[in-house]
Design a protein around this ligand. Sequence first.
Ligand code: ASP
Length: 354
Amino acid sequence: MEHQIIKINQGSARTFRKSVLIIYTGGTIGMAYADDGILVPFDFEKIITEMPSLRAMDLEITVVSFAQPIDSSNVTFEHWNEMAKLIEQFYSQHQGFVILHGTDTLAYSASALSFMLENLQKPVIFTGSQLPMGAIRSDAGQNLVAALQIASCGTPGPIVREVCIYFDHILFRGNRSKKVESLHFDAFKSENYPALAEVGINIEYNYAVLAEVTEKEPFKIYSIKPVCIGLVKLFPGLEESYFKHILSTPGLRALVLETFGSGNAPTSAWFTHSIAQAIDNGLVVFNVSQCNGGRVIQGRYVTSKHLLEAGVISGRDITTEAALSKLQFLFTKYQNLDQIKRVLASPLRGEMSN
Ligand code: ASP
């Protein structure tokens, strides 16, 4: 993929202690209204003219822009692989990384990157905005400036060494977050994990919940090799034929089952039998709750005991976004089904609780 590279605060008389790479992928933050009134992505260069304050930061900033910035509803594995490759390419040159991304699928991308970047020892901060950079009352400038500060924070080493989302004054763990709001500025929440930092007059880090420094294996990236993974949200009235049709999808390797409450599902014979048979035939079934808070406890109710007995794997308090990308990642990294199931069942990048 061709990239446009813009350098800010470089080659000037000032010397800077830190440097950050911004990867601009698209999203509202960099959109403008077209003639028909619809928001479409545009070149990042124009954003710099909207935000002269970037030039005032004590920071060397390099911006790498996707050749074709996207609305994040169009994000694909190729885009994730592109982001990971850019971080690998520039890893040693920068203290931290900020990824500008549309909010719609931002939690999916942040979750995916958290798995794809192994032994990460630097901050990778996703952010975006609810209003375009040029709009009056836009949240873009504040989000970007704080993300840049967090990405460059820490002496001698970085404070944050994981993939995060910064939005509306809060730093979240990326693979614990969800987009929950499309009109207000507080677009993200992380119901099952505390905020990593809160930004007011100062940036207050919650050191106890940040990813621990677990060196010293070398940093490594994985490029996702797509496999067919399904997602079914249970609802009263789910049709047998519809569900069986999904299970018989050619090449289906795994299914995220969005269950009720603490991991519950119907106990009807056809449902129980379909799940058990699919697992016997090699399908990985991962139980994720429809509730944003709380966790899956298979066997707590009779309505989840049959799932446990069939070999469904508990997603505990994982988000659907993280569940899907963890599966994609594990099928990329491992061949052996037992190994995939083993790693799936326990926390890998802080995406679920013990
Ligand atoms: N549709 C936009 C996107 O996800 C929304 C946003 O950026 O907030 O790219």
